[in-house]
Structure formats: structure tokens, C-alpha cells
Design a protein around this ligand. Sequence first.
Ligand SMILES: Cc1ncc(COP(=O)(O)O)c(C=O)c1O
Length: 462
Amino acid sequence: MSLTTPARGGRPVLDPARLAFLTAQEEQRFLADRPRSRALLERARAHMPGGVPMGWMTAMHGHAPIFAAEGDGAWFTDIDGHRYLDMNQADLSMNVGFGPPAVVAAVADRMRRGSQFMLPTEDAVWCAEALAERWDLPYWQFTLSASGANAEIIRLARHASGRDKILMFDGKYHGHIEDSLVIMADGKVKPELHGLTPDHAAHARMVPFNDLNAVERALKPRDVALCIVEPALTNVGVVLPDEGFHAGLRELTGHYGTFLALDETHTQIASPGGLKQLWQLEADAVGLGKTIGGGVPIGAYGLSEVLAQPLKTPPSMPGAPMESVGGVATGGTLYGNALSLAACRAALSQVLTPQGFARTAALGTQLADGLAGLFAAASLDWQVHRLTSRSGFTFADHLPRNAAEARALAQPALYRLLRLWMANREVWESVATAGPTVSFAMAEAEVAFYLERMRDFLADIL
Ligand SMILES: Cc1ncc(COP(=O)(O)O)c(C=O)c1O
């Protein structure tokens, strides 16, 4: 019995019974082979809800969480001794690979000599200079996460514009911050999760990606402080922009007096200056995190002259907390700490180099070509997208143009099977439907390994 009937000009048709059978089989094997993780999870439940340090870890992978032991380059092992080729790198926060020697040395040295002073170190200057050159924005600040970076960009834009609304795109994720934890439901913007007030949703507007008419309608009242956008959506699978979308967005935001921020938290893996540099995009701000820390928590944001202005002046509000420079709420005792910046400098200077990006982009092409070849050989019409090192695929004969289409084309049950099947055979697939990504620690052999597994997966299920 076949799982899918390769469709002509449409999506493969699932055979739900076979899918359920294979998934149950893989899940059983996954659990049976990991007794230590299972036992530790049971012990952990006593003092951590769900047995995990953050509740989302129970939901992220579509199967019981396992416990990691150690990582080395492109691979990590769990406490049951299984090794995995990591095709997601902790949602790209480890895209440099595990334990890059330059970062390990810089971090060890910084720990020995003091990791946090609430004072700048020379590494901060070096990093700001490097990021300014790569992202073509003059001023930089450092946080501990991309969420923290985006939160502060939003505040600075509100302050500078005197407006309070934020424009985002359906399918976005800009971090764990109230302002962006909103969704479109029944034509209205609503809080995305429990525990959030409707107030933030009232300040948010959301429109479909690639829809400039909708953007213009949202901006027309001239009350939008900031439009924040990923150059390509990366949290509903990958959705690429139409030709001219970003130029149009820049023109419209400029026309209606709205600041434009690019969230390159994920897309920074495309080139030394992310997709901004690769596609020559203009913006008033850029938000970063994850990869540039080389495995150490960091966030960073780049600002135009206008947005940075208030941060140049000392507190102007009597009674304001000390970190609220210029009256704008910025913060974090550990933001801009010496350890993050030592790691960032080592990562930028020795791993995330122009040569390194050229290498991962070439491996991304190997991955995309390989996937396309495998799907064609299996008579599947699944489409492959190319985004330098983050090549991937959609289970359909066309790529989505916005989040609604991406959701309609996603096949969560099939994806869950793929994840389990791969985990049982030494590959750590991406979270949700993010798709595979090449890391800086990979070489052609690792990409070939992933492609072999994908070939075997297709042979097994078809
Ligand atoms: C585009 C984008 N922005 C911001 C974030 C938030 O990053 P962090 O959770 O590290 O704060 C994420 C996380 O996945 C993201 O995908």
C-alpha cells in the first residue's frame, strides 16, 4: 500500500492509515531506543512542568523530548548514545556548529578574565564596527536575544515617530514579546497565546506577506510607527518575497512616515550582511540574535542615525531607571556583557567570514539540487526553494506566496513521520516545518549523508 499517490499538478494524496501505521512504528522505536532519556524525563517532571526547563520544549518536536549530552561540529549525541547530524542547529542559534575552536578559546579566555562588568569592552567596539560594515547601519546595541533586540527597536521607533501602531506580516515570528505575539483570526488581530492582554493586539496591524496593497491600506492612517518584516518568512516554512516586494515596502513605509525594520534573526545565515546585503535592501533598523553569538546568548540591533539619536543622550526623565537612556526603555543587566561580545567577535571574525558564507551557500545548492533530484526520481512534484544554506522543500507542486498558503500546503502528519524516521536514523530534522539548513560545521559529506537518508525515507514510504 502506498503512502502517497504522486499527484499530477497537485499535492500528493495521503493514505492516512498507512501514515498512522508508519508513525506509530517509528515512535515506538524512538521511545524504545531511548530509555535513559525516558527515565530522566520522568525524574524531571517532579520539579519542572513537563520535565523540561522551558515548557515549549515539550511541544516543539512532535515527540517526547530527549536529553542532549554533547555536540561536536555538525553532530550531537543524546544521553542514550545516539548521534545526530543536526539539520536545524537549535533553530539556527548553533549554525556555527558545536564548539567552534575560535569561539571556545575566546569564551574560555573571557571567563578567566571576567565575563561581565556592566561596562563596555573593546570587543563591543569591534563587533559594532563589523556589524555596521556588514549591515550598512551606523549604530549598534547588544541584548541577550533577538526578542530583546526587536522589543527595543519597537520602542525606539514609537519614540521617534510619536506613533504607536506596529505593522507585521501574517506568519511572522519576531520573538517572545507582547507586541508581536499576535495573530490574524477571523479578520482581526488577536493575542496569539494565553496570558497576553488584548491591548497589544489593538496596537498591531497584520497583513499577508507579498501584498503591497494591504500594506498601503494599513499604513494610510499614518499612525504606524514601525513595519517589521523578515526578508523571507522563515517560521511557516520558507516564503520568499515576490520580485519588487521589498522595494515596494521601502517606498510605502517611506511615503507614510513609518520606520522599516528587517528581522534577520534567521536570514542572517544567507551572507555576512544577511539578505539585506545579498538583496541590497534598505532599512532603518535590523534585528539579530542566535548565529552571531557563536553559541553564546546574544542579540543585536542596528539603527539609523535618527533611531539611534535618543540613545546618545543621558536620561532626560527624572526618576527614570538608569538604563532608560534618553527616556527610552532599554535594558538588561546582562545586555552587552563581555562574554557575549567576546564570543560574537570570535564567531564573526573566524567562522562567519565571507569565505565561510560562500562555502555554506555552495553546500545549500548541493542540498537543493539533491532534493530536487530525489523528488523527481520518486515522481513527486514537491517543490524545492533555494535560500543559500537554507534550502528546503514544500510538499506541493508550487511554493507558497504567503503564510495562509504555506499553512494550507503544510502536511504536519507527514512532517512528523519524517522527523521521527530521521531521528531513528541519525538525522535531527528541523523543528516544525522549518526545513533543513546547512551549518558552518558541515562539508559535502554531511549534505550527502542527509540526502541519502531522504532517499531512503522516500523509498520506505512510497
Ligand atoms: C525571525 C525571528 N525573530 C526573532 C526570533 C526570536 O529569537 P529568540 O528566541 O532568540 O529571542 C526568532 C526565533 O526563532 C525568529 O525566528
